[in-house]
Write a protein that binds this ligand. Structure first.
Ligand SMILES: NC(=O)c1ccc[n+]([C@@H]2O[C@H](COP(=O)([O-])OP(=O)(O)OC[C@H]3O[C@@H](n4cnc5c(N)ncnc54)[C@H](O)[C@@H]3O)[C@@H](O)[C@H]2O)c1
Length: 253
């Protein structure tokens, strides 16, 4: 898929598509003529969302590599190929690092938020190669760009997604497959239900989901590969500029 092309007839797979950003992005892209497959572990919500927005639904647990391959195969068999993968499924952690550490919750968060993106790229790239190119966007977070003292495990897996995308992006761009990450701030989906009121009380702005979707859609269509775009309240979505790591100091002697 070339940047700047219309989404008409483009085949789009969205993980975490039953709710939140995934569902809203699916709705936006079906409006623009795309053939959308929503993939999610929540079957009832996923079926309902797909019926409502005119998409297809496939049950998928992104923690399982075979399930990611099956979701790609479903899109290919329904619509003849794959142009876009929006690897967006994610959860907050639900535990801390020491007193409240919980091995099961820790593994779950790392599996969904990091392994799910790795398996998604692994499954999508071969299908995109057959198409001559494509666009992959992973949902990281502002938590992938900055410290998050209240959920360090979430920050760790979102930073890992940022590192993954920056590293893989230039490599697969050589085959016209772009891989980028979207990094939204707090936005009004159920993932913030547990602390929405305290955010409001502290005056932290909560971004409208449609603003995040604007950023996602423009990143899907971007010619860049290996970049991270942030979405922050009151600002246009834009690329986050990483400072270069220092090179070695060469002795003048
Ligand atoms: N809302 C925010 O403030 C915010 C900010 C930055 C990043 N994010 C990220 O955005 C992404 C989407 O989250 P959201 O805010 O729309 O929340 P959400 O809870 O509305 O959506 C997340 C979706 O992921 C699905 N999911 C969870 N585990 C899964 C699994 N194992 N396999 C397949 N699907 C699974 C859920 O069923 C749900 O439909 C996540 O990666 C999240 O970390 C959210």
């Amino acid at each position: 898929m070339l940047p700047g092309m219309s989404f008409e007839d483009r085949v789009v797979l969205i993980t975490g598509g039953a709710n939140g950003f995934g569902r809203a992005t699916g709705a936006r892209l079906t409006e623009q003529g795309a053939k959308v497959v929503l993939a999610d572990i929540e079957e009832e919500a996923g079926e309902e969302a797909a019926a409502e927005i005119g998409a297809e639904f496939v049950s998928c647990d992104v923690r399982d590599p075979e399930s990611s391959v099956a979701a790609v195969d479903f899109a290919v068999s329904k619509f003849g190929g794959l142009d876009v993968a929006f690897l967006n499924a994610g959860v907050s952690t639900g535990c801390g690092l020491v007193e409240t550490f919980d091995l099961e919750l820790y593994r779950r968060a790392m599996q969904i938020n990091l392994d799910g993106v790795v398996y998604g790229i692994n499954a999508a790239v071969p299908a995109m190669r057959r198409r001559g190119g494509g666009s992959i966007v992973a949902t990281a977070s502002l938590a992938g760009l900055t410290a998050v003292p209240f959920d360090p495990i979430y920050a760790a897996n979102k930073h890992a997604v940022v590192g993954l995308v920056r590293s893989a992006g230039p490599v697969y761009a050589l085959e016209s497959i772009r891989i980028n990450a979207i990094c939204p701030g707090f936005s009004d989906t159920r993932i913030i239900d547990g602390f929405k009121e305290s955010l409001r009380n502290e005056g932290v702005p909560i971004i409208e989901v449609e603003e995040v979707v604007d950023g996602i859609v423009s990143l899907i269509d971007s010619p860049d590969s290996g970049v991270c775009h942030f979405v922050q309240a009151g600002m246009n979505p834009q690329e986050f500029r990483f400072r270069n790591i220092p090179g070695p100091k060469v002795s003048q002697a």
